[in-house]
Design a protein around this ligand. Structure first.
Ligand SMILES: Nc1ncnc2c1ncn2[C@@H]1O[C@H](COP(=O)(O)OP(=O)(O)OP(=O)(O)O)[C@@H](O)[C@H]1O
Length: 299
């Protein structure tokens, strides 16, 4: 098989977008750009091994994740350190990484980027030595919101908003010990984010000074926020200046260990990983080649 071929991984269950035309749009666009391609549809069972088998079989130039952040994460795990490029057709509920990289949700437009864009070395956050995160992972408020969202059985942005308000009602803080390279401290927080990127798919910017290529990540600590201050913090997040809030502390580092004083639900790129007492965070600089719009080539 030609080295220039493209392997498309389609998650039929992600998001709410109608995917009935997807395969024919892929076919006509690959025809237009004169590229060979093949499609693998995920099943929800052993997809990591099956995608790995497909990559071994076809040795593609790029593997294109057609789904949400979970699908992107699945493909990224297979491609880590291989040099094979990762493309994204955002078809999830939130599409956090795609929106970070300004990859549009329109299928034709995101496909154009696969062939007209550029692959850039991108950092990968490693969590507890077994998971990777390209986007944002956290313990606390957001993980509980994702749990509420999944348990609701609904999909899409509206259901996300509903879960956000449900979780807001029950929000609570707990204690953590944060160990960084040079210091260790205890903090009371409603949420601690392990951030490779800057903003959630909803558009809330929680880590304004992020770079996905600097070999560093940020620990973003959301301290207990009185209800009266929530609106102003929400505005700050949309205007990208949460770092000036007295309720948010941000630490840039390349290694961290978080000890949770009570069991905490961990979420990684939108996928729940169960309760943890400890989160060890490391980074692999430039470990994955992500295809993004040309204007991101200097990001
Ligand atoms: N054929 C399938 N049937 C059921 N579940 C599947 C199937 N294929 C993949 N999955 C599941 O889909 C989940 C990943 O979904 P993904 O994150 O891509 O979409 P999303 O949750 O809608 O989007 P986002 O994470 O952006 O909000 C994984 O848990 C995976 O196991």
């Amino acid at each position: 098989m030609a080295q220039s071929m493209y392997l498309f991984i389609i998650n039929p269950k992600s998001g709410t977008t109608d995917k009935s035309e997807l395969e024919s749009i892929i076919e006509s666009t690959c025809y237009k750009y004169n590229r060979e391609y093949t499609i693998y549809t995920t099943t929800g069972e052993n997809d990591h091994e099956k995608v790995k088998d497909q990559v071994t079989k076809y040795q593609p130039k790029a593997v294109v994740a057609c789904g949400g952040d979970g699908t992107v994460n699945l493909v990224a795990r297979v491609l880590l350190d291989t040099g094979i490029e990762l493309g994204i057709i955002p078809l999830g509920s939130a599409n956090g990484l795609a929106s970070e990289l300004e990859i549009p949700e329109d299928v034709e437009e995101s496909l154009e980027i696969i062939f007209e864009g550029q692959a850039n070395p991108t950092d990968v956050v490693v969590i507890n030595k077994e998971h990777i995160s390209l986007h944002l992972s956290d313990v606390g408020f957001n993980a509980k919101m994702i749990k509420d969202f999944e348990e609701s059985g609904d999909r899409g942005k509206l259901a996300y908003a509903r879960s956000f308000f449900n979780s807001l009602r029950d929000k609570q803080s707990t204690f953590f010990t944060v160990e960084l390279n040079s210091k260790s401290f205890e903090v009371e927080a409603e949420m601690i984010v392990f951030a490779n990127a800057s903003s959630y798919g909803t558009g809330a910017i929680i880590n304004p000074d992020s770079s996905m290529s600097d070999g560093k990540f940020e620990i973003v600590v959301f301290k207990p926020i009185p209800f009266g201050e929530l609106v102003s913090l929400t505005f700050s997040s949309f205007f990208g200046d949460v770092n000036n809030s007295e309720f948010v502390d941000i630490y840039k580092t390349d290694h961290a260990k978080i000890l949770c004083h009570t069991n905490e639900l961990l979420q990684i790129d939108g996928e729940l990983k169960g309760d943890v007492k400890e989160v060890e965070v490391d980074i692999k600089k430039g470990a994955i080649q992500v295809i993004m719009p040309l204007r991101h080539s200097l990001y």
